[in-house]
Design a binder for this molecule. Structure first.
Ligand code: FES
Length: 323
């Protein structure tokens, strides 16, 4: 559906909030639950129409949806396209969708956010704060950002959870193990942030012997180690050589070249798009949370939906079941 930008607000110097009012024949904005996101179509500077997912931030008012976008100067161009929008501009959006739902039946909660990963957790904190006041269930939150000026929505979080929110500024590692140890048995952890932070949370959760089902996470596909740039791909099976432009994913480039691929989440979580890597002349920038550390180091597979490279990759397109 079409939506109009009705307000803009800079939450931090690099995070801008967009208030979008959907046309939908005059209907109010559909309600949504914590963890929901919108799909938004953006036109990159190269003139390519692309789809991005942005979490809905905070409680809705029944009229508008709010999303927040971090400006990434070395990203794939989606955030810069969003930042070029002005009040009154129109864009194509989906209805709210949710792959990161909040389960209110747990005996305790830990929320962990890193940077712009705070966006889906704002409404979770608000709902859990209200839930905690009714039921007494403990709720804690860890929120990390590189600089003090990058803590968006901290006032909302403190209003919801009081001193249950701990803000961590800088690059010093956060003690996830201690926070997980304080969570009651059966407690759940919800996290969203850059891949290295998610990997650290996963390791601490695993080391604590907690059930994997109680760790819920969402990724965003822009948090690589290396700046986003074009790279080359060869696929001997199809006698094919293509360039993956900076504003395209590997999956999109393969699709455009007519190579059949498997995919589902397109967020680096399910592993369905993983392809065999035959050779690397350069470096792979793994941006998924599906492959193990060992698989990433051995550079034998790559998740085509989010991961990228610098240089040239030689891949095999055929799907192989895990042995
Ligand atoms: S489609 Fe799910 S990890 Fe790529």
């Amino acid at each position: 559906m079409q939506a109009q930008v009705v307000a803009l607000r800079d939450v931090t110097p690099t995070v801008r909030e967009f208030e979008l009012r959907p046309d939908a024949g005059g209907l109010a904005a559909a309600p949504y639950e914590p963890g929901a996101h919108l799909q938004v179509q953006v036109m990159t500077a190269q003139g390519r129409l692309q789809t991005r997912s942005y979490s809905l931030v905070g409680e809705g008012d029944g009229q508008c949806w709010r999303i927040a976008v971090k400006r990434l100067d070395d990203g794939r161009g989606g955030s810069l396209a969003m930042w070029r929008l002005a009040v009154g501009d129109r864009l194509q959006v989906s209805a709210p969708q949710n792959h990161f739902p909040l389960d209110l039946s747990a005996p305790g909660y830990l929320l962990v956010a890193g940077g712009i990963g705070i966006t889906p957790l704002v409404l979770m904190a608000q709902r859990l704060g209200a839930h905690a006041r009714r039921s007494g269930v403990p709720v804690k939150m860890l929120y990390g950002a590189r600089h003090a000026g990058e803590f968006g929505y901290l006032d909302h979080l403190r209003e919801a959870l009081g001193d249950g929110v701990a803000a961590h500024e800088g690059s010093a590692p956060i003690d996830f193990a201690a926070a997980i140890a304080a969570l009651p048995p059966g407690g759940q952890l919800y996290t969203c942030g850059p891949v290295p932070m998610l990997e650290a949370v996963k390791r601490a959760w695993h080391a604590a012997g907690r059930p994997l089902a109680d760790l819920r996470f969402e990724t965003f596909g822009s948090s690589g180690r290396l700046a986003t740039q074009s790279f080359e791909v060869r696929i001997p099976r199809h006698d094919l050589a293509i360039t993956v432009p900076a504003d395209c994913t590997l999956l999109e480039a393969l699709d455009a070249a007519g190579v059949q691929t498997l995919w589902d989440c397109k967020r680096g979580e399910c592993g369905l798009c993983a392809m065999d890597v035959l050779a690397v002349d350069g470096e792979i920038d793994h941006r998924d949370v599906f492959l193990s550390d060992h698989e990433k180091q051995s550079t034998t597979r790559i998740c085509a939906c989010v991961s990228r490279a610098v240089g040239t990759l030689t891949l095999d397109s055929a799907y192989r079941a895990d042995s």
